[in-house]
Design a binder for this molecule. Sequence first.
Ligand code: SAM
Length: 254
Amino acid sequence: MPSLPYSPERIVSLFDEMPKTYGAVNLISSFGFSHLWRKASVLSLDPMMNHRCADLMCGMGEASVLMLKAGGPSLNVDAVDFSPEMTKRCRKTVSRLKAGNISVHTRNIFDLPRVAVYDRICCSFGLKTLDEGQLAQFASLIRTLLRPAGKAAFVEIHVPEQRLFRDLYLFYIRHVIPSIGRLCLGNPDCYRYLARYTEDFAQRDCFADYLKEAGLKVTVRPLFFGCARLYFAELPELISPRGKGIVGADSPRH
Ligand SMILES: C[S@@+](CC[C@H](N)C(=O)[O-])C[C@H]1O[C@@H](n2cnc3c(N)ncnc32)[C@H](O)[C@@H]1O
């Protein structure tokens, strides 16, 4: 099988094709679990009043909205995604909100300023779009962006370990989900690619190790028999695990 492309250009063009169908296909094909898993990951962060938060690889901003609901309208959320079509949808969603402050940025997450400004970071279903090198880079970026005592949660579709269930599951994501994509008038090839990114990520999943190497305290929780995983990372309060003293102490809260 040819290797999967992970260049920003390829990933942007894939997601620029998907906004019209992504929300519906995701929800229907996961039997509503995608929403529940996103919500579980946001709630694990326990966002509170005045927290500065980031929703990285935000897509259409579903997790940003959940963060605002959980933490209240005084929360500030930076929603970042490099697909112009996804962020266009995200801005539409944000414009319909009655209260709350979500700023949407069309930007590569790796171009974010490396300053510790965030109390909470969430990332839902974006990990699979990163190759091994980018995943390690992402873990170190998270460490840099978090303020002392900051928390980050990442949820990603995975592949169950139990043999029979895994075979059924792989058949489902390889063949049934692309058909659901077609029924929703989307391009089934995009959903075929998503299945391949999911399988590839599950096979080489070292993300928790990268987070630990970056100096974060990490826990990993399988969701629904291993169909998804929730990675939770925390930066200890005040003392830098890399021995550089107080981390981000000079970063003002915005
Ligand atoms: C599967 S979607 C997830 C969208 C959304 N977070 C959700 O909960 O459904 C992955 C998103 O990651 C974005 N993405 C991937 N790599 C990125 C990068 N390096 N910088 C910014 N966005 C990126 C893609 O454009 C896409 O919108």
